[in-house]
Write a protein that binds this ligand. Structure first.
Ligand code: B12
Length: 281
């Protein structure tokens, strides 16, 4: 059974999706957080994992009078995504930036990534695949995203360091750099020092950087399944340097586990933050 737990911190309410299980050995109920949903007033339907949307407590919450703003918010997010998409494919960086600024006024950067940026990029990919979007428009959109992420990075640089270094890389020929830039900003905010080598740096250079900078963790992002094999070869070489590795990205979703390498199965940024902390410890 799942339920929603609300916590009040400094006058704001934050919500967690929690599972109640029976521990037959200890004969006691056990609770496990399935997902941190963010600010209670900002939750939208897509924040709730699909398989839990029909549970009684979720339906009650979504339909509660306290939550009448939900429908409006759902509609607002849909409209934002539509505008964001249009501005991206026309390279309108100022308007793209304005959406980011307005959205993050009362939501977090991870909410922006999860509810706006990533779904719009997935939509752009699907439309390109269906030939509803010209490759030129796709390139303008991804270049505009890169510019936005650089801007976000500039603004988040001054966070206090927690004294941990993380190195981000991709296998050679992997040109999808956006997830790496997203991870970079997301982890910088949490006080990690990030060395981002992405995309597509030769193996020798990645190994040199690891040997000289001695990061606490290597993050490897693999988007295309064609790069899984080169990714595995790179992992074998990094493992010899005895640095923990965490891999993720669209190509790793159905991948078989590699012994000694942590792999993120969820695309939730909160889960990534938890796993990074866990692996580095
Ligand atoms: C932008 C884009 C490009 C741009 C990239 C520009 C750039 N500067 O990055 C360009 C135009 C270069 C490009 C090229 C290609 N692309 Co492309 N591209 C995309 C697009 C539209 C967006 C990618 C993106 O940024 N997504 C958003 C990110 C944030 O989402 P994400 O990758 O899932 O990342 C999240 C998680 O997975 C996780 N994560 C990611 N990495 C890691 C790592 C760690 C350690 C952890 C913990 C977590 C983690 O965290 C992220 C945040 O939540 C996608 C569509 C899509 N579905 O993503 C297609 C897509 C990925 N591309 C595709 C293809 C086919 C190609 C090309 C082969 C096309 C071609 N014929 O030339 C080339 C290959 C280039 C290469 N050698 O790498 C296909 C891949 C299909 C497949 N399954 O193999 C897609 C899915 C489009 C589609 N629907 O068909 N592409």
């Amino acid at each position: 059974m799942v339920f929603l737990r609300h916590k009040i911190v400094k006058g704001n309410s934050y919500t967690y999706l929690v599972e109640n299980k029976w521990n037959s050995e200890k004969k006691t109920p056990m609770q496990k957080t399935i997902k941190y949903l963010g600010k209670t007033s900002s939750i939208i339907l897509s924040d709730i994992p699909y398989q839990y949307r029909n549970s009684a407590s979720v339906i009650t919450f979504l339909g509660s009078t306290k939550n009448t703003r939900l429908v409006d918010r759902e509609r607002h997010i849909r409209k934002l995504k539509k505008d964001f998409f249009e501005f991206l494919i026309h390279g309108e960086i100022d308007r793209v930036q304005a959406i980011y600024r307005n959205f993050t006024r009362d939501s977090t950067l991870s909410d922006f990534y999860q509810n706006i940026l990533r779904p719009v990029l997935y939509m752009i990919g699907d439309m390109w695949d269906l030939k509803k979007l010209d490759v030129g428009e796709e390139h303008i959109a991804s270049n505009t995203v890169v510019r936005l992420l650089e801007l976000i990075k500039k603004e988040t640089r001054s966070k206090p360091s927690i004294g941990k270094n993380v190195l981000i890389c991709t296998p050679y020929s992997e040109n999808h750099v956006i997830p790496c830039l997203m991870l970079e900003t997301f982890l910088s905010i949490r006080g990690y020092k990030v060395i981002n080598l992405a995309p597509s740096v030769p193996v020798k250079s990645i190994l040199n950087q690891i040997e000289t900078k001695k990061p606490d963790l290597v993050l490897m992002s693999i988007t295309l399944s064609d790069h899984l094999e080169s990714g595995k070869r790179l992992i074998t070489k990094i493992k010899k340097l005895k640095i923990p590795i965490l891999i993720g990205g669209q190509a790793t979703i159905d991948m078989k586990k590699i012994p000694g390498v942590a792999c993120i199965e969820s695309d939730s940024l909160q889960k990534i933050a938890q796993l990074v902390k866990q692996v580095i410890k």
